[in-house]
Design a protein around this ligand. Structure first.
Ligand code: GLU
Length: 488
């Protein structure tokens, strides 16, 4: 086969749906498996009512953030431009091809009004039948139709569908799909305003752009036979089809923007990394051959195989994404991580503390960037005492043991001259030995005493080091007093 050419063809609707991004990713992977493969961006903006300003920038930005770099597209050009359908329309090409299709018997002019169609629908509904428009204009001779068009009558161009027989095609994911032609409607290809419908524009553009593989949502599966009839009328090669199952919120509902759980940008704003989101969605509906779950884009390109895309909907599991995001954050080198999280630390902690050291402890714990500030407010705002925090089964501590440990810790820390993790560690471990207790019986109460929090990033040693000697001792003293008070 000649080089593989795939296209991502989003409609500019104002945000990047997770399912659309997955389509883009699969298109990219299919193309890049071929060393000469091309991944093309085409903007499908013929449905002018759905246009949302700024959408195209969101599309560029998302592809860039995800490293899905296109080889041809509106912003970089290519041999098959323009790459925006409204610009392509201005060249008159859709109308030209629609008229050509009429001449070769694949389509016809239709002069029916909305009312004509509505009347037919009402009759069908009254009879309890499912409605398929039966176009009376089918029987108008081409000569007459052309005269009416020349006279300025309003018209659309509709596809001709054989009344009988079946149309079949093979989808890479769903296998052989066969439909009765009688169930296909004679869709509009060119609207009265001269704009092509998606149904038509996608065929013409995929052909002219030499697209070899079409990846898209399975909602297009049922219309694909109609597209194939157009390809056949023109005598064009039909592309390889890869229809993908929907991305689901749960068993019954698709992810939707309305529920606030479908937009890539929303996840980025919630503190997820584009790489992690991309990695996660690669696995939504595609099953790798091994147990591996963390993939670079390069690794995905190697491992991806359309034959392993599932046919049933894939449930989007936010917890799994959160876990994966945490893996990505923990695997970053500390300098890169520090640059990334600095603003999140600054939201919660004054700059008298060492942000880099805070970044180090946060890295071990945070799964998303947005949870960072609430984890570290205790540095500036020492929460109030809570005796119950000192009782911990696993650490084998209770308020009584804690009090002994805290007093011992206070004494050695007070005498410590060089305040750093190594020295703090050393003196505290000496106390553990001297008191013949377990590490946790000393370190856990110290951590609680200086944070008054059940969970914190970092442990007693790291946090003491960041707080500094004065603040650590003052908090320890305070907690010792509070524990003594409650003990009495
Ligand atoms: N513009 C269509 C959409 O956003 C693209 C479908 C396709 O890839 O063919 O749903």
């Amino acid at each position: 086969m000649s080089e593989i050419r795939t296209r991502f063809a989003p409609s500019p609707t104002g945000y990047m749906h997770i399912g659309n991004l997955r389509t883009a990713l699969y298109e990219y992977l299919v193309a890049k498996k071929d060393p000469n493969g091309k991944f093309i961006l085409r903007i499908e903006d013929t449905d002018q009512e759905r246009l949302v300003e700024g959408s195209i920038d969101i599309i560029y930005e998302t592809l860039k953030q995800c490293n899905l770099i296109h080889d041809e597209g509106p912003d970089i050009g290519g041999d098959y431009g323009p790459y925006v359908q409204s610009e392509r329309m201005k060249t008159g090409l859709y109308k030209e091809y629609a008229e050509k299709l009429i001449d070769i018997g694949g389509a016809h002019y239709c002069f029916c009004t909305e009312d004509d169609i509505e009347n037919q629908r009402k009759i069908a509904v009254a009879r309890g039948e499912s409605f398929i428009f039966n176009d009376p204009c089918n029987s108008i001779s081409l000569e007459d139709a052309k005269k009416r068009v020349a006279n300025g009558e309003s018209y659309v161009i509709r596809q001709n569908i054989p009344k009988e027989g079946t149309t079949s095609f093979t989808d890479e994911v769903y296998g052989v799909i066969t439909v009765e032609n009688s169930t296909l409607d004679e869709s509009i290809l060119l609207k009265s305003d001269g704009f092509p419908t998606y149904n038509f524009a996608n065929i013409i553009d995929d052909h002219l752009m030499k697209i070899t593989h079409v990846v898209r949502g399975n909602e297009y599966l049922s219309s694909t036979p109609k597209y194939n009839l157009v390809y056949e009328s023109f005598g064009w090669d039909i592309p390889v089809y890869i229809h993908c199952p929907p991305v689901m919120k749960d068993e019954h509902n698709k992810l939707s923007k309305r529920h606030g759980d479908a937009s890539f940008q929303d996840f980025v704003e919630k503190g997820y990394l584009p790489e992690a989101i991309l990695n996660y969605i690669a696995l939504l509906g595609w099953a790798p051959e091994t147990e591996q779950e963390i993939y670079t884009l390069e690794e995905l390109t190697q491992a991806f195989n359309v034959k392993r895309i599932n046919t049933s909907g894939a449930i989007f599991d936010v917890d799994k994404l959160t876990w994966m995001n945490g893996m990505y954050l923990r695997n970053m080198n500390i300098d890169e991580y520090y640059e990334l999280v600095k603003p999140y630390i600054a939201k919660a902690v004054s700059d008298k503390y060492d942000y880099k050291n805070i970044a180090k402890i946060v890295q071990q714990r945070a799964n998303t960037l947005n949870e960072i500030p609430t984890m570290i407010t205790f540095f500036d705002d020492f929460p109030s005492f809570d005796e119950s925090l000192y009782t911990n089964k696993k650490m084998k501590t209770n308020p009584e043991i804690a009090l002994t440990s805290l007093k011992a810790a206070y004494n050695v820390l007070e005498n410590l001259e060089n305040w750093n993790e190594k020295e703090i560690h050393e003196v505290l471990m000496n106390e553990v030995k001297r008191l013949e207790i377990k590490n946790g019986q000393l370190l856990f109460p110290v951590r609680v005493a200086i944070t008054n929090m059940k969970f914190t990033p970092g442990g007693a040693i790291e946090i003491s080091n960041i707080l500094g000697k004065k603040e650590t001792l003052s908090r320890l003293k305070q907690s010792i007093e509070d524990l003594e008070k409650t003990a009495n």
